[in-house]
Ligand binder design. Structure first.
Ligand SMILES: NC(=O)c1ccc[n+]([C@@H]2O[C@H](COP(=O)([O-])OP(=O)(O)OC[C@H]3O[C@@H](n4cnc5c(N)ncnc54)[C@H](O)[C@@H]3O)[C@@H](O)[C@H]2O)c1
Ligand SMILES: O=C(O)C[C@H](O)C(=O)O
Length: 313
């Protein structure tokens, strides 16, 4: 039997649980929130789609009762506040650090072998906080932002190409921040052919810029941050793990020398399998990409340093 817990039954958590159930990624999905009744209500609402959508997964909602999360294979942490228009993700650190740390401790008390997927922002720093606060093996702690950012990159690329998004490949590495993301335009392809054969440099630069502010654009439109693609991206990462798919997905993981960085969680391409992330894949960046990665890492290190200032570490 496979079991996944999603903590936070807000926009992203509920969407993630819904995708997990619809795709039957796990036999049991526990949706937990601190707000009385919300997760029970959303889980019941989802279960009432089972015969309409034809899935057999069971979704259970609980209010802050971690005993019900016992024995989870994977735990997705979405609890915390989202940004409002005009804010950066980094501004959420003060509130979200306390929430993420206590949630990670609570879930591990009942599921000591779980792989933890971090969604809460600022995601790279929250992933690092989980690593430092729990001291779990590094392969069991994963920030999912690169899966989302790469999906947005492929979406914008497909629109520029007027192509089917599923025939476009593209990867975003670096931090999950408006200025720290690195869409790897040089390596993006359409049916295996470099996109630079179809799109001029200005168009490609616009695609990269739109990708980097993809989350901010949606926050401006929605008044709060996005949830369909973030929830689906988290579910995609969970599926790769639960089904041991060995997919190559950019995720924020704890580096010890890979890509020239240490003591940081930041987005790099990793293989996902049953034990979490299994290895970092070296994309052989060129000088410009390496410099961008170094700059991105410096910004993430700076945000991480705030954890000590606010006594979260
Ligand atoms: N990494 C990414 O790609 C990505 C994408 C989208 C959103 N996010 C982040 O995910 C987080 C959630 O976003 P959202 O739109 O779902 O917000 P939301 O406000 O809709 O939902 C958050 C939920 O967390 C719950 N919560 C708060 N404290 C809790 C606790 N201690 N235990 C359990 N539940 C608790 C709240 O009650 C709420 O239901 C935000 O920090 C947002 O910035 C990250
Ligand atoms: O933009 C946000 O604040 C939420 C999330 O990180 C996203 O990229 O959608």
């Amino acid at each position: 039997m496979s079991k996944v817990t999603v903590v936070g039954a807000g926009n992203v958590g509920a969407t993630c649980a819904n995708v997990l159930a619809f795709k039957e990624v796990a036999d049991e999905i526990v949706l937990l929130d601190i707000k009385q009744g919300v997760s029970e209500g959303k889980a019941l609402d989802m279960m009432q789609t089972a015969t309409l959508l034809g899935f057999d997964s069971k979704v259970i909602g609980v209010t802050n009762d971690y005993a019900k999360t016992e024995g989870s294979d994977v735990v997705v942490i979405t609890s915390g506040i989202p940004r409002k228009p005009g804010m950066t993700r980094e501004e959420l650190i003060g509130v979200n650090a306390g929430i993420v740390k206590s949630v990670a401790e609570n879930v591990l008390a009942h599921s000591p072998n779980a792989v933890i997927i971090c969604v809460s922002n600022p995601m790279d720093t929250m992933t690092y906080l989980i690593k430092k606060a729990t001291n779990l093996p590094k392969n069991r702690i994963i920030g999912m932002g690169g899966a989302l950012d790469s999906s947005r990159f492929k979406c914008y690329l497909s629109q520029a190409l007027n192509a089917n998004p599923n025939e476009v490949e593209g990867v975003v590495i670096g931090g999950h921040g408006d200025t720290t993301m690195i869409p790897l335009t040089r390596l993006a392809t359409y049916k295996g052919v470099p996109v630079s054969q179809f799109l001029d440099a200005d168009t490609l630069a616009k695609v990269a810029a739109d990708t980097m502010v993809g989350g901010a654009t949606l926050t401006g439109l929605l008044g709060t941050s996005a949830w369909y693609a973030p929830g689906a991206a988290a579910a995609f990462v969970v599926e790769s793990i639960i089904h041991d798919q060995k997919k190559l997905v950019p995720c924020s993981v704890y580096l010890e020398g890979e890509y020239g960085e240490s003591d940081i969680c930041i987005g790099v391409p990793v293989i996902l399998g049953r034990n979490g992330w299994e290895k970092v894949v070296d994309f052989k960046l060129n000088a410009e990409e390496k410099a961008a990665f170094e700059k991105s890492a410096a910004a993430v290190h700076k945000t991480n340093s705030v954890l000590k200032e606010i006594n979260a570490l």
